[in-house]
Write a protein that binds this ligand. Structure first.
Ligand code: F6P
Length: 350
C-alpha cells in the first residue's frame, strides 16, 4: 500500500502536463492515496528553497480540479542538471522517505525518464508519462504537447501563407523540436507547405534553392519552407559570410545560418524581390492542450496511479497503435526514434 504518491513535471513545459496532473490527482483521490506535488521538477526533491511550500505541496483535489485545460504547468518545471549526480539523487531519496512518498509520477522527456530510472534503482517506484512537444521518444507515437504544438504551428503557417499569397513571396518558417523533425514535418503536411527541412535528413542550401526554383517555375511564388530548429546540424557547410557580403548584404564573419539568414540567401539565389522569415518560438509551448493531448493525459494519469497502486514500477506510459500502453523505462529509452522519411520525401517531391 502506497502511503503517499508524488507527482512532478520536468524539462520544457508541454501542453497537457496540467491535464495529466489533474488525472493523477483524481485517480489518487479515488484510490484513497494522498498526493504530493513536487515543484520545479527534481529541484523540489533537492529541497533548495527555505520555504518547504516552494518545493512540496499537498495536492488536494480542489486545488487541481480546474487546471486540466490550462496551459503551462501548475507545478512549475525545470531542467535539473544536478540530478545526473548520484549525491543529489540521494538527497532526493531522503526527501521522499521523510515525506513518506512511496511512489513517484514523473511527467517529462527522456532526461526526466533517466532520472526516474535511477530513482527506481535506488528503491523508489516511479512511472513516467511522456511530456514534451518534441515527440522525440522512440517508443511512443505521441508525447503530451506535440499535438498542441503542431496545431499552434498550423494556425501560424496558415496565417503566414495568407499574407505570403497576397504578396507573392516565399516564406521560411522555423518551428521547435530540438533534434527531432516531427513538428516540422506534421506542420508541413497539414498546411500544404511545399518544402520541409529537418535534422534527420542531410541537406544543402543549394538544394533548397533548387526546390524553391522549381516551385517558382510552376508559378508558385508563395511557397512555404518549414524548418525544424535543429535542421542546421544536418546542413552541408555553406559560406554564409562570403555569399551575403558578395551580394552586398552585411553579415558578421562566422555568423551561423538561421531562418532569417536562409531567407536572405534564398531571396538572392532565386532572384526574388523578397523572401521573409518567421520563427514561431515559445507560443508553441504556451497553448491550452488540444483534445488529443488532454485525452492522452487523462488516460496516462490514471494508468500511472493504478500501476503504482498495484506495485508495478520502473515503467513509462506511451501510445502504440493508438492505444495507451506501458513498458520498462530502460527498454523505452533504448527504442530508436523512427522518422517518417516517406512522408518527408512526399512533401518535398510534390
Ligand atoms: O524540449 C522542448 C523544447 O521546446 C525544444 O523544442 C526547444 O529546443 C527547447 O525546449 C527550448 O528550451 P528552453 O525552454 O530551455 O529554451
Amino acid at each position: 500500500m502506497m502511503r503517499k504518491i508524488g507527482v512532478l513535471t520536468s524539462g520544457g513545459d508541454s501542453p497537457g502536463m496540467n491535464a495529466a496532473v489533474n488525472s493523477v490527482a483524481r485517480s489518487a483521490a479515488i484510490y484513497g492515496i494522498p498526493l504530493i506535488g513536487i515543484k520545479r521538477g527534481y529541484n523540489g526533491l533537492l529541497r533548495k528553497s527555505t520555504n518547504i511550500k516552494d518545493d512540496l505541496q499537498e495536492l488536494h483535489l480542489e486545488t487541481v480540479l480546474d487546471i486540466a485545460d490550462e496551459a503551462g504547468t501548475y507545478l512549475r518545471t525545470a531542467r535539473c542538471l544536478e540530478f545526473k549526480e548520484q549525491a543529489y539523487r540521494e538527497v532526493a531519496v531522503r526527501t521522499l522517505r521523510a515525506m513518506e512518498i512511496d511512489g513517484l509520477v514523473v511527467i517529462g522527456g527522456d532526461g526526466s525518464f533517466n532520472g526516474a530510472r535511477c530513482l527506481c534503482e535506488m528503491g523508489v517506484p516511479c512511472i513516467g508519462i511522456p511530456g514534451t512537444i518534441d515527440n522525440d521518444l522512440g517508443y511512443s507515437e505521441m508525447s503530451l504537447g506535440f499535438d498542441t504544438a503542431v496545431n499552434v504551428c498550423v494556425d501560424c503557417v496558415r496565417k503566414i501563407r495568407a499574407t505570403s499569397r497576397s504578396h507573392d513571396r516565399p516564406h521560411v518558417v522555423e518551428v521547435m523540436g530540438r533534434h527531432c523533425g516531427d513538428i516540422a514535418l506534421t506542420t508541413a503536411v497539414s498546411t500544404g507547405s511545399e518544402i520541409v527541412v529537418v535534422p534527420e535528413v542531410h541537406w544543402s542550401v543549394e538544394e533548397i534553392a533548387d526546390k524553391l526554383n522549381r516551385q517558382l517555375a510552376k508559378g508558385n511564388t508563395r511557397a512555404t519552407i518549414v524548418l525544424a530548429e535543429g535542421c542546421f546540424e544536418s546542413m552541408e557547410p555553406f559560406d554564409l559570410y562570403g555569399f551575403l557580403t558578395s551580394h552586398g548584404k552585411p553579415c558578421y564573419e562566422n555568423e551561423p545560418m538561421s531562418a532569417v539568414r536562409l531567407a536572405s540567401v534564398l531571396k538572392r539565389m532565386c532572384g526574388m524581390v523578397e523572401v521573409r522569415a518567421t520563427v514561431i518560438g515559445y507560443i508553441q509551448r504556451g497553448a491550452e492542450p488540444t483534445a488529443r493531448d488532454s485525452a492522452f493525459a487523462f488516460e496516462a494519469g490514471n494508468l500511472a496511479v493504478r500501476l503504482l497502486r498495484d506495485g508495478i514500477s520502473n515503467q513509462v506510459i506511451g501510445m502504440q497503435k493508438g492505444r495507451v500502453m506501458y513498458m520498462p523505462i530502460e527498454k523505452a529509452l533504448s527504442c530508436e526514434k523512427n522518422f517518417n522519411r516517406d512522408l518527408f520525401n512526399l512533401v518535398n517531391s510534390l
